[in-house]
Design a protein around this ligand. Structure first.
Ligand SMILES: C[S@@+](CC[C@H](N)C(=O)[O-])C[C@H]1O[C@@H](n2cnc3c(N)ncnc32)[C@H](O)[C@@H]1O
Length: 226
């Protein structure tokens, strides 16, 4: 039976889980993580989704500021998730070991979506953007960001080989276009040799048609320092 590329990628991340914190140590990412979190603002008492939570990196930064909020930590790799759960024993975190396209999150139930160092692994980026739009309340932010530029990231994935060898970020303007047509307003889209950051927000209620698609278009500056 063919089990498809999703399962192949999952096996890669299961295999990486034991080494992940050594390969990508938390402290070395403070600046990049905090730069991103500052863009989404106050998270106290909010419902947040961490898409591709891995071994629980973002949870360490988010939990102290969560207040009475809830954090849905989502990852398709059981081995990654097992490590994340073991690190963070907090009843405000709900662990969802599922694919992003099948996470079972209710429509318009989420205040913030965060996706750190994960986007290039999605097989169907437009489908994922539409699913994130479905989760989010009108006007709520979604942040996709990386602590590395896309050329270096592509080289790292090519070097890793196997199912993730071809996983790449698109030019930031192309990702912005995907989000724009998926029901978001683009607040900022910037990339340079060392970072990649897209901040969008779900359209306001009046801009969303009954089927969830956008009623109108709006633009935002795209900055590339490449
Ligand atoms: C490069 S790791 C980053 C993990 C974490 N965000 C960090 O920075 O340490 C990417 C994570 O995304 C998860 N992932 C990849 N594709 C996924 C999908 N379709 N649905 C859910 N999680 C996925 C992987 O299992 C992996 O843990």
């Amino acid at each position: 039976m063919s089990i498809g590329p999703f399962v192949d990628r999952r096996a890669v991340f299961d295999d990486l889980a034991a080494r992940w914190d050594t390969l990508c140590p938390a402290g070395a990412q403070d600046e990049a993580v905090e730069r991103g979190l500052a863009l989404v603002g106050d998270i106290e008492d909010r419902v947040i989704v961490d898409v591709g939570c891995g071994t629980g990196l973002l949870e360490s930064y988010l939990v102290p500021h969560l207040g009475c909020g809830r954090l849905l930590a989502l990852d398709s790799s059981p081995a990654m998730m097992a490590r994340a759960c073991a690190k963070h024993d907090d009843r405000r975190i709900e662990w969802l070991c599922r694919d992003v396209r099948d996470a079972g999150i209710d429509t318009a139930s989420v205040d913030v979506v965060l996706c750190y160092n994960t986007w290039p692994h999605f097989e169907d980026p437009a489908g994922v953007a539409r699913e994130l739009a479905r989760w989010l309340r009108p006007g709520a932010p979604c942040l996709v960001w990386h602590d590395i530029g896309r050329d270096r990231l592509a080289a790292l994935h090519a070097e890793a080989g196997g199912p993730i060898a071809g996983d790449q970020l698109p030019p930031i303007r192309d990702l912005a276009a995907i989000f724009r047509t998926s029901g978001f307003v683009v607040a900022s889209a910037e990339e340079d040799a060392n970072s990649y950051t897209l901040l969008v927000s779900r359209l306001a209620e009046t801009q969303i048609a009954q089927d969830g698609t956008p009623r109108g278009e709006s633009g935002a500056p795209i900055r590339t320092g490449r």
